[in-house]
Each structure stands twice: as C-alpha cells, then as structure tokens.
Design a protein around this ligand. Structure first.
Ligand code: PEP
Ligand code: MN
Length: 342
C-alpha cells in the first residue's frame, strides 16, 4: 500500500500519517517527491484494512501496490533517485542525468599497488576509487584479499588522493569494518540474495552498490534492493555486471537491455560493470561505450598498472592509458544524450 499525500500537505500531516501507520505495527517510509510526498508501507501481511488512512488530513489517495517490489518502484517515487557520494575531492552523483565513474583494481594487493592505480584514476578526474579488501573467490585457495589491512590502505588512498572509496563487504563482520572506511558499500553478485547481509546493509547510513546475481532475474534483482530500502536505506545504486548464458566467448554476457528495463520500473540508478561481463581487457572500452549509450547511470571499471601480475582479475583489468581514453569517450557519448559524467 502506498499513501499519496496531497501536493499541499504539511510536514505535520505527513508525520501524523506515519505515526498512524507505525501504531498499526507497520513501518512507514516517507518518500518526498518534487510534486508530493508518498508514504510506502511495509510489514503488511495483507490482514489489515488500511482504508482508514485515506480519511486522514492531507491524504490524497491510498493505492494498493500490486508489484512485489514497492519502495524501489516508480509507483512509490516517479522521479529518478540521485545517489550523491561526497568524496573529499567533490561530490559524485549517480542518476538524474549524472553518470558516475568508478575505477580501481579488483583487489587491494599492497599500499604501493593501490597508490599507483589511485594516482592514475585521480589524474583522469575520476573521484571514486574501487578496490576489494574482502574478495569472494570461487576457489578457497585464490587470494582472498588483505582484509582490514586492505581497508586501511583504502583509507590512506582517500586521504592522499581525495578519492571516495567503494569496497565490498562479504559478511556481517566485514560490513561493520567496511562501513567505517568506505563511502559506498559494495554487495557482490554472489551475495545478491544473502538476505541477512542485505538487511544489515539496509541499516547502514552509507550508500550501497548492489551487483546483480549471476543468474538473477529482473524481479529478483529489484527485490534484493527492496530488502535494503525496507530497512530504511534508500541510497542504493544497482549494478549490471553480466549474467551467465550459453555464450562461450565471454566470461559473462553483459545484459545492457536490463538498464532501460530497470529504469522503467524503478527510480534507482543503475550502473554497468563491463569488466566482469567481458572477462578480457579488449572488450571493456566497447562495452563501456554501449553502456553509456543505453542510458546507464555510471560505469565501474577495473584498472591495473601491471595486470599480468595482478592477484585477481588481471585479464579483464585495463591499463592506465586505456582508462584515460575510456573516461574521455564516456564524457563525449554522455553529451550526445544530454547527460554528464562525473
Ligand atoms: C568484483 O567487483 O571484483 C567482483 C567480485 O564482482 P562480482 O560480485 O560482480 O563478481
Ligand atoms: Mn573483480
């Protein structure tokens, strides 16, 4: 159920409606829009008659939401959500015509490696740096990340280069730590349906970058985001990173058509990670161009100065000069569709 307030409803009236909803043992999610505020209701198992809310002062109408996802839906909020990350070097916006760029290595390997790549990323004007301190690896024998030491290196990168930090949490313990060091918490593809981790991320004050599961449908992807919003965190950026198909020439298949599909159903921004889709360096620039052209709200790119020796995902990591070219082309393509990279 969605309570739509009148355009001239006062803040006091919105608060009163929220109070009544909470008194019924439910959770109220006020969602301010440019024209009016809507209030999403969660925790309703269908047994309650919420018709009483329609007669409260300031209420325009109560709409039953038939879709499984509620808070992420455009029914709850018609206009785009713009997720703004305040990096020390300046704000980076995702959504509403702003395309956020993020670059960095798959994993933080050492202070020297992180600083060299951060220097490359910062020089292109990109203000968000992504690198994993906790790596969810298919094999238990592969490099698992530096853990808390990696987070400390990321904090030093933030301090030295003014870059905002995006890094992955793989479980509750790592999320507690990641939350302290990062500007954006990444939830990886393998954890897209780790519901307890999603709920924990939903209780965080930090924005969340949620990657699509390896074989997740559109509804499953949006429902995973719904878990985060339903706990009160509305700062969610979705990420398409390729799905598993019969294709045998690519690590994954980049499903760029999910971008307009998501944007039709949801107000949340959606970015594209062409690196994990391609699995090889030479496809990353071409797929990035396609992602911007299709309307993605951002790009997540793996970059390494010495990919042959990288401890993870070296084959798909692009070189510093390729990253420079990519950010320039992304800017140009964005202008054609009246958007801006940042
Ligand atoms: C990563 O971002 O390095 C990663 C492991 O990605 P994904 O969760 O999309 O596989
Ligand atoms: Mn990776």
């Amino acid at each position: 159920m969605l309570v739509v307030m009148q355009s001239n409803a006062s803040e006091e009236q919105v608060r009163e409606v929220c109070k009544r909803i909470e008194q019924l043992g439910l959770r109220a999610h006020p969602i301010p829009g440019s024209l009016r505020t809507a209030i999403g209701i969660t925790g309703n198992n269908g047994a309650l008659d919420l018709g009483v809310l329609a007669s409260l002062p300031g209420v325009a109408e109560c709409i039953p939401v038939s879709k499984p996802y509620k808070l992420v839906s455009r029914d709850a909020k018609a206009e785009d959500t713009i997720v703004r990350i305040s990096a020390p070097a300046g704000e980076v916006a995702f959504g509403g015509g702003m395309i956020g760029l993020v670059g960095g290595p798959c994993a933080i390997e050492s202070r020297d490696q992180a600083f060299r790549i951060a220097n490359v990323v910062a020089k292109t004007g990109t203000r968000l740096f992504r690198g994993g301190a906790y790596k969810p690896r298919t094999s238990p024998y592969s490099f698992q990340g530096l853990g808390e030491d990696g987070l400390k290196i990321l904090s030093a990168v933030r301090e030295q280069f003014g870059l905002g930090i995006v890094t992955e949490a793989v479980d509750h313990d790592s999320l507690d730590l990641v939350e302290r060091h990062a500007d954006v918490i990444q939830i990886g593809a393998r954890n897209m349906q780790n519901f307890s981790l999603l709920k924990r991320a939903g209780r965080s004050k930090k924005p969340v970058l949620l990657k699509r599961g390896i074989s997740a449908t559109l509804d499953e992807f949006l429902m995973a985001a719904e878990y985060i919003l339903s706990e009160g965190n509305y700062q969610v950026i979705l990420c398409e990173r390729g799905v598993r198909t019969f294709s045998d020439y690519s690590r994954n298949t980049l499903d760029i058509s999910i971008v307009p599909a998501v944007q039709r159903r949801s107000h949340l921004p959606i970015v594209v990670d062409p690196s994990h889709a391609a699995g090889v360096r030479h496809k990353v620039l071409a797929l990035s161009r396609a992602a911007i052209a299709v309307g993605a709200d951002g790009l997540l790119i793996e970059v390494h100065h010495d990919p042959e020796r990288a401890l993870s995902d070296g084959m798909q990591s692009i070189l510093p000069d390729e990253f420079q070219k990519l950010t320039e082309e992304a800017k140009q393509i964005a202008e054609v569709i009246h958007k801006k990279t940042n």
